[in-house]
Design a binder for this molecule. Structure first.
Ligand SMILES: Cc1ncc(COP(=O)(O)O)c(C=O)c1O
Length: 436
């Protein structure tokens, strides 16, 4: 059979990797495997496995970072709770683009949202000994489950596909009513399915967070990227929707990585509701020697993990947020390119006989964004990962995301620039021909 990559090379490298089931491989394991196959075969892959930004970092960020370094910040330890200018701009940013009031004190820079989530998960697991379990609304970002495994903390999860709209209430209550849940975690827009929760659904989550006193961890890694609505109107609606409109029990994770194409510098902000930031949880004292949520987050956990985020990256994010706040930098327009790519790529895949797994967002077609999900009749997720490797295309299985749709894959559009589209199309046509 004629395939773009020699089948024997792919099979040998898979065998050497020791990965028994490609459906269970992590993103970084697939990255490593594909790097090897690429080197040996000489064929450049269509890389859709990792969510790296495929756009240039904004000049505003780079220039602010250079200026900060030239002023000598590299020799100083940053304050653990962050530099004032970033705290101020982050507070304005949530006001301008979400319509939410959070004081600068409660906006804490972290080393990427990865660190923010790790620290918040750890904190939430220690608020109350009866509440020892977190709840993921899946599908989700697999590395966050890895963070739980590394910490040895418990989590439960469910695939939201069949529980959209009002059905979400009963499903959530079936977990929350057991009394062991400390937090609810989801990303919105969702990695990997690109489902976008509606205001009504966020209201349900918020009301239940109040009823059962749990913390909602809203991961906004793809802030403003529901491209069906134009969300760049500083200070005016429509805003990025949020659970923060319906409960005070929330933490927002705002990452610099995707919305600002700044993943390499590992910078994000955890914006904690003022009420939670200042709330006392008596059980925290036994473990951390202090009882306030925000104080423990900053001066026990972030201090222990990294003692703050790098000075220069904080100045970069502050400058980008400041320009966005003042109406000079439409950061959402910059990333709309991802939606255009998804639109073209989904058609290529469906023309080749693939199906979109998470195809609907309530009664609308799923939006075009950073990721989409695909399956091929008769193949499991692991089999499809392998099969596509023969065609020089790499992606990860949905099995690692908590999705029940284990036949599916997550495809990330970020690295498929317009010059690569014809090659992807050609490879998919060959796939179609060989599978007919
Ligand atoms: C849902 C989600 N959360 C968090 C992250 C990590 O963000 P950061 O690069 O800020 O650590 C990602 C990155 O892909 C993500 O998709």
């Amino acid at each position: 059979m004629n395939t773009p990559v020699n089948i024997n090379i792919v099979n040998e490298e898979i065998a050497k990797s020791g990965l028994k089931d490609l459906g269970k491989a992590t993103i970084r394991e697939i990255v490593g495997l594909v790097n090897k196959i690429q080197n040996i075969s000489g064929v450049k892959y269509m890389r859709m496995e990792m969510g790296v930004p495929g756009l240039k970092p904004p000049k505003i960020g780079i220039e602010a970072e250079i200026e900060a370094l030239e002023s000598g910040v590299a020799s100083d330890y940053p304050m653990v709770d962050g530099v004032k200018v970033l705290k101020d701009e982050a507070s304005k940013f949530v006001k301008n683009f979400m319509g939410i009031d959070i004081s600068p004190d409660s906006c804490i820079p972290t080393v990427g949202s990865m660190q923010g989530s790790y620290a918040i998960f750890l904190l939430c697991a220690n608020l109350n000994p009866q509440k020892d379990t977190a709840l993921f609304i899946d599908p989700g970002f697999p590395v966050q489950k890895q963070q739980f495994r590394v910490m040895g903390h418990k989590f439960e999860s469910f695939d939201v596909y069949n529980y959209r709209g009002e059905a979400l209430r009963e499903k959530l209550e079936s977990f929350l009513s057991k009394g062991n849940i400390n937090s609810i975690i989801y990303s919105n827009p969702n990695n990997p399915s690109w489902i976008c929760f509606t205001d009504d659904e966020l209201k349900i989550i918020g009301e239940l967070a109040n009823k059962y006193d749990v913390i909602v961890i809203e991961d906004l890694a793809y802030f403003g990227m529901d491209f069906r609505k134009d969300l760049y109107h500083p200070g005016k609606p429509p805003y990025q929707v949020s659970v923060a409109n319906y409960t005070d029990n929330y933490v927002l994770l705002i990452s610099g990585s995707k919305a600002f194409s700044y993943a390499g510098q590992r910078i994000a902000v955890a914006a904690i509701s003022d009420k939670i930031f200042n709330r006392e949880y008596p059980y925290l004292t036994d473990r951390f020697g202090c009882d306030k949520f925000g104080y423990t987050f900053v001066l026990r956990i972030i201090y222990s993990l990294s003692s703050g985020a790098s000075h220069s990256a904080q100045y970069a994010l502050a400058a980008m947020m400041k320009a966005a706040n003042s109406g000079e930098f439409n950061f959402i327009e910059e990333v709309k390119e991802y939606g255009n790519r998804a639109h073209i790529m989904k058609k290529m895949f469906t023309d080749a006989g693939f199906q979109i797994v998470y195809d609907k967002d309530l009664d609308e077609d799923i939006a075009d964004g950073f990721y989409f999900t695909i399956s091929y009749p008769g193949l499991s997720g692991g089999e499809l990962v392998k099969e596509l490797l023969y065609y020089g295309i790499s992606a990860i299985s949905l099995g690692t995301s908590g999705s029940l749709r284990t036949e599916g894959l997550r495809a990330c559009v970020s690295q498929i620039t317009s010059d690569k589209m014809p090659v992807l199309d050609e490879r998919l046509k060959m796939f179609k021909l060989n599978h007919n």
